[in-house]
Design a binder for this molecule. Structure first.
Ligand code: KIV
Ligand code: NA
Length: 263
């Protein structure tokens, strides 16, 4: 497919072609995910759950993220690699720039941060200095203790309005991509159509420009999975086949279906 860049993803959005993001944390899976045709690989701080065995992403540190980003980038050929800034690694613009530098120098092509309006200054400072940013709104797992659990966000008119306002703000600040996690499908579709930048959904219904899942979830390996997860190993006889089935289901519009979405 040739190296995927932000321009590739923007063009796909403009042409209404869905793209796919899958998490990976090591070189072998980065290769498998890339060969399956995922345009984007996310080195997610979900590694706190699926690699380290924690019950949240809060224990994940910058050293962990740099290590896994380095492993993934050694094997990611065509896919664009995004690396998560972990809990409390982006509290001020200065700290954000220092930590984003580490992820970019480990090989990432973009960094991701959970938050909206309050990140504006950090986002524009990063972009001005050459670091593309993906923002993450809705159920932002680093804030699980503020939410009081992993709950669908944006269900009240006030909540929905604030997610839309955050989305517009981060686009204006210069973000290149947005992840929307666990919000009602109509809200996600509305935000995706209002924004120029591509929107990647997880538990956000079929109306986003792209979909992302945690690798271990789509392979049916996770103990507790949310409503939006489908086991793509069903009917497959290899891991590569399972990953390919997810890529194909997103591209054909076969995933996510209503039973994976929130109203
Ligand atoms: O860490 C992660 O895997 C993520 C995705 C679920 C979007 O942030
Ligand atoms: Na994450």
């Amino acid at each position: 497919m040739g190296k995927v860049t932000v321009s590739t993803l923007k063009k796909m959005k403009a042409e209404g072609e869905k793209f796919v993001c899958i998490t990976a944390y090591d070189a072998t899976f980065a290769r498998v995910v890339g060969e399956a045709g995922a345009e984007v690989i996310l080195v997610g701080d979900s590694l706190g759950n699926v690699i380290q065995g924690h019950d949240s992403t809060i224990p994940v540190t910058m050293d962990h993220m740099v290590y896994h980003t380095d492993c993934v980038c050694r094997a990611a050929v065509d896919s664009l690699v995004i690396a998560d800034l972990p809990f409390m690694a982006y509290t001020t613009p200065e700290q954000t720039m220092a930590n984003a530098t580490r992820l970019m120098q480990a090989g990432a092509q973009m960094v991701k941060m959970e938050g909206g309006v309050w990140l504006s200054e950090s986002i524009s400072m990063l972009v001005e200095r050459g670091v593309p940013v993906c923002a993450h709104l809705g159920l932002t797992p680093q804030s699980v203790n503020v939410f009081g659990g992993y709950r669908v966000q944006g269900r009240t008119p006030k909540g929905a309005k604030s997610i839309l306002a955050d989305a517009v703000e981060i686009q204006d600040a210069g973000a290149s991509l947005l992840v929307l996690e666990c919000i009602p499908q109509d809200l996600a579709a509305d935000i995706s159509s209002k924004l120029d930048i591509p929107v990647i959904g997880i538990g956000a219904g079929p109306g986003t420009d792209a979909q992302v899942l945690v690798l271990h979830d789509l392979l049916g390996l996770s103990e507790h999975t949310a409503r939006f997860v489908q086991n793509f190993m069903a009917g497959q006889d290899s891991i590569a086949g399972g990953v390919r089935a997810f890529v194909e289901a997103v591209k054909s519009g076969d995933y996510p279906r209503p039973e994976h979405s929130y109203q």
